[in-house]
Design a protein around this ligand. Structure first.
Ligand SMILES: Cc1ncc(COP(=O)(O)O)c(C=O)c1O
Length: 375
């Protein structure tokens, strides 16, 4: 029996809602399903405003526009992240200043941020890796002190919390992903969360190709026109309808994923205690949304061997990000500072199958196989 790394989960209502959207007579964006999804997030988590986007990358690009990034502005981003966390700001003209991870988990090391701030710094982008919160009190304190904006990359962080506050609601802006590897999916998809009301009007304009079409549809103006820069950041109603089916089942999805994650943790703990690898770290201030189960091996060689041996028995485990500061595109632009923790996670972190339709017996088999390999 083979165990893939991911199987996108369908709740069963997706096709019905997409059919409904098709019959509603409005297939383009910002229709009934879009509004329903946005309201769901605003009410459940307390965002001032949410806007669905076609990806988290798009939500980050909107954030870069809203932060009014100008050529030469500096943006602090962890190097251990997906390309989009940096690319969205770089495309707007920013210089990316990469920060290292903490020792205990891959999140940005808040203690090092202040050393990276210059008069050109404009934004900090904390990335909540595996849905586990960054040290947001420290980050927000630094941002207030230096008059910086904070854009949370919450791509993996749906339904997760920092000291009781939903992730994505703490910074000025935030970006979520509904890519089919995430807990809640729409194939490709994302959302911009807005927590500072000063951004709302412009965000709607940027979202709708630089026009005030959203105001027109609400009947607030009698014609709409070109007001600003922007793009076509909004998804069609078909995508929003798919997403709505997922949101209706979010509680069930989260309960199941957490059960699987806890099973992994329980079974991997005794092996970790023998010193074979380390377990994922969830600091006291953070919750775990069971987005991902990972382990950290001692070396690249050990991780490569583990992945290879698992593959031989048809269990797909995978590594994750490569350090962005060493990437082909950015290595010559990086200022040369070593970022050893980031490199360690790039070399040693391994992710295990984690999806709704995985069952506890699969997790048992995976853990027993890992034990047989490493012990
Ligand atoms: C931390 C992080 N940010 C951004 C993205 C980009 O998300 P999307 O594929 O929805 O654009 C990802 C993708 O997995 C991610 O892991």
């Amino acid at each position: 029996m083979s165990i893939p790394f991911n199987i996108p989960h369908l709740t069963g209502k997706e096709a019905q809602y997409m059919d409904q959207a098709a019959c509603n007579g409005k297939l383009s964006g910002n229709g009934e399903f879009t509004k329903r999804c946005q309201l769901f997030f605003e009410r459940k988590y307390g965002f001032k405003k949410c806007l669905l986007t076609t990806s988290c990358t798009d939500a980050l690009e909107m954030a870069a526009i809203l932060c009014d990034i100008q050529p030469g502005d500096e943006v602090i981003v962890p190097s251990y992240t997906f390309v989009s966390s940096a690319l969205a700001f770089l495309r707007a003209g920013a210089k990316i200043v990469f920060a290292d991870s903490m020792k205990c988990n891959p999140n940005i090391d808040a203690e090092q941020i202040e050393n990276l701030i210059t008069p050109k710094t404009k934004v900090i982008v904390p990335v909540h890796y595996a849905g586990v919160a960054c040290d947001m009190d420290s980050i927000m304190e630094i941002a207030v002190k230096h008059h910086l904006l904070v854009v949370e990359d919450a791509a993996q962080a749906i339904d997760s919390y920092y000291k009781g506050k939903p992730l994505g609601t703490i910074g000025h802006l935030s970006a979520f992903s509904f890519h089919d590897t995430k807990n809640i999916i729409s194939g490709e998809g994302g959302m911009l969360g807005i927590n500072d009301v000063q951004f709302i009007r412009r965000a709607e304009i940027v979202w709708e190709k630089g026009t005030n079409r959203a105001e027109f549809f609400r009947g607030e103006v009698n014609k709409y026109g070109w007001c600003d820069i922007g793009s076509s950041f909004l998804p069609s109603e078909l995508v929003a309808a798919f997403l709505w089916a997922q949101l209706e089942d979010m509680e069930d999805i989260q309960i199941k994923r957490k059960r699987l994650w806890n099973k992994y943790y329980e079974m991997m703990s005794p092996i970790a205690k023998q010193g074979h690898f380390s377990l994922p770290d969830v600091p006291e201030y953070a919750t775990n949304n069971a987005h991902m189960f990972y382990l950290v091996c001692h070396s690249l060689q050990e991780r490569t061997a583990l992945i290879k041996r698992l593959k031989e028995v048809d269990i797909v485990a995978v590594f994750h990000y490569l350090s962005l500061h060493c990437s082909e595109f950015y290595k010559d632009k990086h200022d040369g500072r070593p970022l050893p923790e980031c490199d360690r996670f790039a070399d040693c972190l391994v992710r295990f199958p984690m999806y709704y339709d995985l069952n506890e017996k699969d997790v048992e088999l995976i853990c027993k196989t890992v034990k047989a390999i490493v012990c």
